[in-house]
Design a protein around this ligand. Structure first.
Ligand code: SAH
Length: 221
């Protein structure tokens, strides 16, 4: 890539971050991460031109890279900082994983499609966001018990309900953000705050449209 191409891409990312701020994203660390992570490196080559439009894009295996605004909203809502241990379900392209890598301490991400997990690992490595990230192939509705508890859990696919396994792996004071509702169409982006060991508070944040969460505590494909 030439220097002038690099500059043009950096400008488009700045414009994207400015738009996210206008739409209500307030966390400076999230806005900084959105400005730093090269989203074009996480989409298929022929779609790179569209990487800084605020939309979802196909990434193969019938899956999509999430819309930048929604990635920013979920990351902000989960209240993550550099001390946070974060669990992500649905690595997909690895883009949101890179955003989490930039704002969190440690990131654990689970993806059910082996090919997507492998491609995400390579993109994270190539773009310099792999250092604090571990990716596992498996059913994320069961979480990652060995690494629990987590200060934040972000689920990037829509399930019929909040999986019990994920609630159990949330630290007291921790926040889980996940779309809940029908497998296709609109779902409610839901935040669960664990106020005490047996006290979970739910709130709806926005209407969203995600691909289905498929697994033991999700949809049965
Ligand atoms: N955050 C991703 C978007 C991923 S789309 C990005 O920025 O690119 C949702 C992803 O969840 C898909 O890759 C899908 O394969 C994955 N997924 C669905 N059900 C899952 C499950 N039970 N465990 C892990 N991953 C799952």
């Amino acid at each position: 890539m030439t220097d002038s191409q690099d500059n043009r891409i950096a400008e488009r990312r700045q414009a994207m971050a400015a738009l996210l701020r206008k739409r209500g994203i307030r966390s400076q660390s999230v806005l900084d991460a959105m400005e730093r992570v090269p989203r074009h490196a996480f989409v298929p080559g022929h779609l790179a031109e569209l990487a800084y439009e605020d939309g979802a894009l196909p990434i193969g295996e019938g899956q999509t890279i999430s819309q930048p605004y929604i990635v920013a909203l979920m990351t902000e809502a989960a209240g993550i900082d550099k001390k946070s241990r974060v669990l992500e379900i649905g690595t997909g392209s690895g883009y949101s994983t890179a955003i989490l890598s930039a704002v969190a301490g440690e990131v654990y991400s689970v993806e059910r499609h082996e090919a997507l997990a492998e491609a995400a690992r390579q993109r994270l490595e190539a773009s310099g966001f792999a250092g604090n990230v571990s990716i596992r192939v498996g059913d994320g509705t069961l979480g990652w018990p060995d690494k629990a508890p987590f200060d934040a859990i972000i689920v990037a696919a829509a399930g019929p309900r909040i999986p019990d396994a994920l609630q159990a792996q949330l630290a007291v004071g921790g926040k889980l953000v996940m779309p809940v509702g029908a497998a296709a169409g609109a779902q409610a982006l839901t935040r669960v705050v664990r106020d005490a060991a047996d006290d979970f508070r739910n709130e709806a944040l926005a209407q969203v449209s995600f691909v289905p969460l498929i697994g033991a505590q999700g949809w049965q494909r």
